[in-house]
Design a protein around this ligand. Structure first.
Ligand code: ZN
Length: 124
């Protein structure tokens, strides 16, 4: 696998979603590739921050403290915002990458047969 494929699989590797063979291939590549190793570490830090409990100041309203009424909603909103952020980061990274080469002609060949001509019927 090349670096692009490894970087695409790294999130799934961290979430333990790959089969043993692909997990080993990702691990072996990351062990020998400085670029992918740095990418994995960066994603790992982002992921750790995403799942870490966020600090709540002591003077925050009771609803924002752990276990208070509405705490679940606040945590849900924070997780949702983090998910949106992750989506934007991934999309901007993909947009920055050059497009893959087309493996087939971009345009279909034009048909030689002209389209049928529709003639309006005269109503008597
Ligand atoms: Zn690599």
């Amino acid at each position: 696998m090349n670096c692009d494929e490894i970087r695409e699989l790294t999130p799934d590797r961290l979430d333990a979603l790959l089969d043993d063979e692909r997990a080993r291939a990702v691990d072996d590549h990351i062990a020998s590739c400085a670029g992918c190793s740095a990418e994995r570490a960066s994603y790992g830090r982002f992921r750790a921050a995403l799942y870490a409990p966020y600090p709540v100041p002591a003077h925050a309203p009771a609803a924002h403290r752990r276990g208070g009424a509405g705490a679940g909603l606040v945590r849900y909103a924070a997780a949702f915002a983090a998910g949106v952020l992750l989506t934007l980061v991934v999309q901007s990274a993909r947009a920055a990458a050059p497009p893959p080469p087309p493996d087939r002609p971009v345009a279909e060949p034009v048909s030689e047969t002209p389209p049928p001509v529709l003639v309006p019927r005269r109503i008597a």
